[in-house]
Design a protein. Structure first.
Length: 131
């Protein structure tokens, strides 16, 4: 008589107030972001690491000093416009970004460059609803 009874537990909901967020809405928002087009407006999110990994002041990422990285973190939260998207030989798509109000980002940096796919998935570029 070795009868095993398997009972299924219900999933514990740790934060019930967050359960109202629909995954479908999040997925739809993410799909809208994947369609980055010139002329659209976005917001720069938080760095995906200690510093921005996929947004750079130059098209070819290079070694920057710690001070330059710290200064570049000031772009967080800025509203940006996509000027153009470049398709690179390695298959990456690079977006050329400009400040929404056409002022320089930091010092004389008027445009910055972002790896489209990686900056979206990491949250470094986000959709903006209000300006």
């Amino acid at each position: 008589y070795n009868k095993v009874i398997v009972m299924k537990k219900k999933r514990v909901i740790l934060f019930p107030e967050n359960e109202t967020i629909s995954l479908e809405k999040e997925h739809k928002c993410q799909n809208e972001l994947l369609e980055i087009q010139p002329g659209k407006i976005y917001r720069i999110g938080q760095p995906s690491n200690r510093y921005f990994e996929y947004i750079h002041p130059v098209i070819e990422p290079r070694q920057m000093s710690v001070k330059e990285f710290d200064d570049f973190k000031q772009i967080e939260g800025m509203v940006i416009t996509v000027i153009s998207i470049l398709s690179m030989a390695d298959g990456n798509r690079i977006a050329i970004l400009r400040n929404y109000d056409n002022t320089p980002f930091i010092g004389a940096i008027e445009q910055i460059f972002a790896n489209v796919d990686m900056s979206i998935t990491s949250g470094e570029i986000m959709a903006t609803k209000t300006i």
